[in-house]
Write a protein that binds this ligand. Structure first.
Ligand code: ADP
Ligand code: ASP
Ligand code: MG
Length: 605
């Protein structure tokens, strides 16, 4: 007899008919001899409705009262589903997060799960009951026993955490689409169903805008090796398996508070090429990386910073062995890129063969802005200057001077209490790729980000640390951090620009916090742009494969889409573009990698 955790999302329990249909599926699973724990979300758009009510009363409702309010949505659906099961003759009992003992930190509206008491659930299961648990909510570990919520979309996380705690044989996420697609099928109608995806890829996709799974649920599946499948609650199709490659067993205490960093990685076979002052117009990145791809040169990190006036800087890293070739290609294309734009100064090419990349890696850094900040602070405490930063959900990489590499590894290993290893080995491909020839598994669009640019911050150790520590203190997560390559001397201090993206709702608070920091430095302005979109392509197949970035940039250029920022990690490429071009950009990239299927799915409204 297997123990199965099933989770049904809002649309899947959106009406009495839907709840009855869910009850039928649940009872069939139970009748087949399985023990079943069901996690449900609030009905339909209930949570959105509750949020709206709150904002009709207050423009800044307290986070505690929001949790009190929002947690009620799930309480309705558990009771109704339990009744529907009983109506079918299936014994069932509904339990709130508190009744189960889903114990979280006392952080309202974004609590992480500390542990789950399994006794009561196990007792009811033994009695032959289906246990229906309210998703998204928990109870604080403090004396006050506060009701907490895990963050929007958090029922997925409740379900996977329960599966981990109960040692379930699998966790099935039932939703309103037949599984995970190469893109959101509501935006890209010819997106194709993926039969298998790695946790690493799904973590990136989920945090880059694919809301089909809450990123933290994928993190738990990865950490505890929970077999996870996303399926349609409308059909019996097999759906998509999210595969974890780590089988290391972890303790169940501090469930979501596992060590944030698993390893420190380094790569000394790196060289940097920077192209300064290229015109800010569509097609420039496509042209440059197109040339580089023609030479079959594999590019590792690519970073394009925000521009001052009307020019951009693009920097990238290659392995040392091909530096000369990369420099030659870049120098040859630089005047072409400059064109005859009279306002643009001469483009400059800078190369540096004396660099190393050090990274901290681990799924536990998701939603914990303090981890990246700690890395920057650790490096700065040793007087190490950071030349380039690249962030992804599961990794932060810094390019530093190669002579600092050994010291950097030592202090980072000590700071995060882990061992170091040379550059990570690419993940082996999955056997069942739907598009075996595509290096990209899926694409995602995030329309909820803002870009913040800081002009002329001092170029010295400790700058990034200071900035991102202050943001971390406010619990503001930062993504896509980019430092300009261009350096200018102001009052005798070398200065650079830094830009990054944050969730739009955090932009004003981030600006305020940063103003306090930079006022002491005598910096230039802080510019916030809310009208941006981030488009990303993700796939483990892009590692070590030249030309992937070029193809992506080319797709955007063809549609006259200007790229404002570029940031890459081993398995993702993200571009910031104007908000109104986001959807076109997503569709263009999806097409460019031949991800479209022949089958168009019907998505429920
Ligand atoms: P639930 O209420 O079941 O949790 P969500 O609305 O949170 O459902 O997530 C399902 C939605 O995620 C789909 O309706 C789809 O529009 C969206 N989505 C975004 N990206 C993807 C993707 N790559 N594959 C499938 N669905 C996606
Ligand atoms: N009901 C919550 C929300 O809408 C949690 C969830 O559906 O996962 O965010
Ligand atoms: Mg959801």
């Amino acid at each position: 007899m297997a123990l199965i955790v099933q989770k049904y999302g809002g649309t899947s329990v959106g009406s009495v008919d839907r709840i009855t249909a869910v009850a039928q599926r649940v009872s069939q699973t139970a009748q087949a001899g399985n023990s079943v724990v069901v996690v449900v979300s609030a009905m339909g758009k209930t949570t959105d409705g509750l949020v709206k009510l709150a904002y009709e009363i207050s423009s800044s409702p307290s986070r505690r009262e929001m949790d009190m309010l929002l947690s009620t949505g799930e309480q309705v659906s558990i009771a109704l589903l339990s009744m529907a099961l009983q109506e079918l003759g299936q014994p069932a009992i509904s339990l709130t997060g508190a009744q189960v003992g889903i114990v979280t930190e006392a952080e309202h509206s974004r609590a992480r799960i500390l542990r789950i008491e399994t006794d009561r659930i196990e007792r009811h299961l033994k009695q032959g009951k289906v246990v229906v648990v309210a998703g998204f909510q928990g109870i604080s570990s403090t004396e006050e026993l506060e009701i907490t919520t895990l963050g929007r979309g958090g029922s997925d996380t409740s379900a996977v955490a329960l599966a981990a705690a109960l040692g379930a044989s699998c966790c099935e996420i039932y939703t309103d689409v037949p599984g995970i697609f190469t893109a959101d099928p509501r935006i890209v109608p010819d997106a194709q169903l993926i039969s298998e995806i790695t946790c690493d890829e799904m973590l990136e996709l989920a945090s880059l805008g694919a809301k089909v799974l809450h990123p933290r649920s994928v993190e738990i599946a990865r950490n505890y090796g929970v077999p996870l499948v996303v399926r349609s609650s409308w059909s019996d199709d097999p759906g998509t398996w999210v595969v974890s490659q780590i089988s290391q067993k972890r303790a169940l205490s501090d469930l979501e508070l596992v060590r944030p960093v698993d390893a420190v990685e380094f790569d000394t076979d790196q060289a940097k090429v920077a192209l300064l002052r290229v015109p800010d117009r569509p097609g420039v990145a496509a042209r440059l990386f197109g040339e580089i791809a023609t030479q079959n040169l594999d590019v590792d990190l690519i970073i394009q910073s925000i521009h001052e006036s009307n020019t951009n800087d693009i920097a990238f890293t290659v392995s040392i062995g091909v530096l000369k070739k990369a420099e030659a290609v870049t120098s040859a294309i630089a005047p072409v890129l400059r064109g005859n734009s009279p306002k643009v100064d001469e483009a400059e090419v800078i190369v540096d063969g004396q660099i190393a990349k050090v990274s901290i890696a681990g799924a536990g850094m998701i939603g914990r802005p303090g981890v990246a900040a700690q890395m920057f602070a650790t490096l700065s405490s040793a007087g190490i200057n950071i030349q380039m930063i690249s962030t992804s959900e599961v990794k932060v990489s810094c390019v530093i001077d190669v002579s600092d590499c050994d010291r950097a590894i030592g202090i980072l290993c000590a700071a995060f209490d882990v061992n170091s290893s040379p550059v990570h080995s690419p993940t082996p491909p999955l056997p069942h790729s739907p598009t075996p020839h595509s290096p990209v598994r899926g694409v995602a669009l995030d329309l909820k980000q803002a870009r913040i640019a800081l002009r002329h911050v001092p170029d010295r150790p400790g700058t990034a640390a200071r900035l991102f520590q202050q943001l971390a203190k406010q619990n503001i997560s930062v993504d896509t951090i980019i430092q300009s390559q261009r350096c200018r001397i102001v009052d005798g201090t070398p200065r650079r620009d830094i830009a990054f993206t944050v969730v739009r709702g955090d932009a004003a608070a981030a600006k305020k916090t940063l103003e306090e920091v930079v006022s002491q430095w005598g910096c230039g302005e802080i510019v916030v742009d809310n009208a941006i979109a981030k488009v990303s392509a993700v796939g483990i197949g892009m590692e070590g494969q030249p030309g992937v970035a070029a193809r992506l940039f080319e797709a955007l250029a063809k549609h006259q889409i200007n790229i404002q920022m570029i940031a890459t990690s081993e398995i993702k490429i993200s571009c910031v573009v104007a908000e109104e071009q986001g959807v076109t950009a997503l569709q263009a990239i999806h097409n460019a990698f031949n991800l479209a299927g022949t089958h168009k799915i019907q998505v429920p409204a």
